[in-house]
Design a protein around this ligand. Structure first.
Ligand SMILES: Nc1ccn([C@H]2C[C@H](O)[C@@H](COP(=O)(O)OP(=O)(O)OP(=O)(O)O)O2)c(=O)n1
Length: 109
């Protein structure tokens, strides 16, 4: 569960603007990807990026993720931890430690 303060502030921000009508799961999923693109744009020409811009674009990605989770009735913390359990099994520490290989390639040369 995202903190009550953040949840309430976001809900008020949307309600004041009557924007829930635009926040369908489809539109929010698109918005996550669009803002993720803007985050990536910070690094378009190299590793050096303006930290303020990176924080702002990351905030937009997170905001849309939280709005989407709320819209589909998912608890952000819970779904992250549930997926992490699945990922843990795909990447056992003894095989995955120190390796960036995909799960279907770990254990191979
Ligand atoms: N219908 C909308 C429009 C905006 N937002 C919120 C979520 C994001 O945190 C932020 C995004 O605002 P912009 O669409 O203006 O995007 P940027 O801030 O990235 O501006 P720009 O595209 O000029 O970089 O506003 C929202 O919840 N619902």
């Amino acid at each position: 569960m995202v903190s009550k303060a953040v949840h309430e502030t976001l809900a008020a921000f949307v309600a004041e603007r009557d924007w829930a009508q635009f926040h369908t799961p489809e539109n929010l999923a698109k918005s996550v990807a669009i803002e993720a693109g803007e985050l990536l744009e910070c690094f378009q020409w190299g590793a050096e990026a303006d930290p303020k811009r990176v924080r702002e674009e990351l905030a937009d990605v997170l905001t849309y993720c939280l709005l989407l989770a709320d819209r589909i009735g998912a608890d952000p913390e819970q779904i992250v931890l549930e997926k992490l359990e699945i990922t843990r099994k795909k990447y056992p520490v003894d095989k995955a430690r120190g390796s960036s290989k995909k799960y279907d390639k770990i254990g191979t040369a």
